[in-house]
Write a protein that binds this ligand. Structure first.
Ligand SMILES: C[S@@+](CC[C@H](N)C(=O)[O-])C[C@H]1O[C@@H](n2cnc3c(N)ncnc32)[C@H](O)[C@@H]1O
Ligand SMILES: [Zn+2]
Length: 214
């Protein structure tokens, strides 16, 4: 029906306008081939420490939708997802800015800052032109990860401080992770129990301690 067609067209125009507004190019860096992986962002002007370099924009989706879109079992880890909070993930494959091309480094020159629902890439050092812009992805460690998972998330930042993986490995697993990355699949140590806060001695706690055990 003609009326429907007209409505559809105008809706499309609105979407295009929003997307155009979101993808504003930063004048501070450009995307080129990177030694770390694929493409990356490189400074084309001196960048001051603390300066906002770009905003990470993309389609806001739920975590479930992100899992549906990207299968972790396809061989190599590669997505343009950024976790905004417990509910929302930004998928920069759709309507994303160049910030989606910034690679991870274990010794980065940028960091991300979430402010009022916006994700900003901010310089944490002064950066000279031609330098690759990086931030620490700090991917969350899952307790069920095995050696192949850590190798799946292997890091190629090449810095002296490289931890070998994009994942944030818990302290008690650091040595194990190092061995796994080297191909030595040693057994995973038990997760240490969380220390419970020491309670102040009180009449009630004394009573509890002396109560019979079942
Ligand atoms: C948001 S993309 C970054 C842009 C990517 N280089 C490209 O050309 O599309 C994130 C992906 O890049 C790769 N990547 C980024 N930093 C990396 C690093 N330090 N080591 C290995 N792979 C990295 C991983 O595959 C990661 O999932
Ligand atoms: Zn690294």
């Amino acid at each position: 029906m003609p009326a429907k067609t007209v409505r559809k067209k105008s809706a499309k125009k609105v979407v295009k306008k929003v997307a155009k507004k979101a993808i504003k190019k930063s004048t501070l860096y450009e995307v080129r081939r990177s030694r770390i992986q694929g493409r990356g962002g490189f400074a084309i002007k001196p960048i001051r420490k603390g300066q906002k370099v770009d905003e990470y924009v993309g389609e806001p989706i739920s975590h479930d939708e992100a899992d549906r879109r990207y299968d972790d079992n396809d061989g190599r880890h590669h997505t343009f997802l950024f976790v905004l909070d417990d509910d929302i993930v930004l998928d920069a494959r759709y309507g994303g800015s160049d910030a989606r091309f910034l690679n991870h480094s274990c010794d980065p020159n940028c960091e991300t800052e979430i402010d009022n629902g916006h994700i900003w890439i901010k310089a944490i050092k002064s950066i000279q032109p031609e330098t690759e812009l990086t931030y620490d992805y700090r991917f969350e460690w899952q307790d069920n990860y095995e050696p192949e998972d850590i190798r799946y998330y292997a890091c190629r930042c090449g810095t002296k401080k490289c931890r070998g993986t994009i994942l944030m490995v818990p302290r008690y697993l650091k040595e194990t992770a190092r061995k796994w990355l080297a191909g030595d699949d040693v057994k995973k140590p038990r997760k240490p129990r969380k220390k419970t806060a020491v309670k102040k001695k009180s009449a009630t706690s004394k009573k509890r301690r002396t109560a019979p055990r079942r």
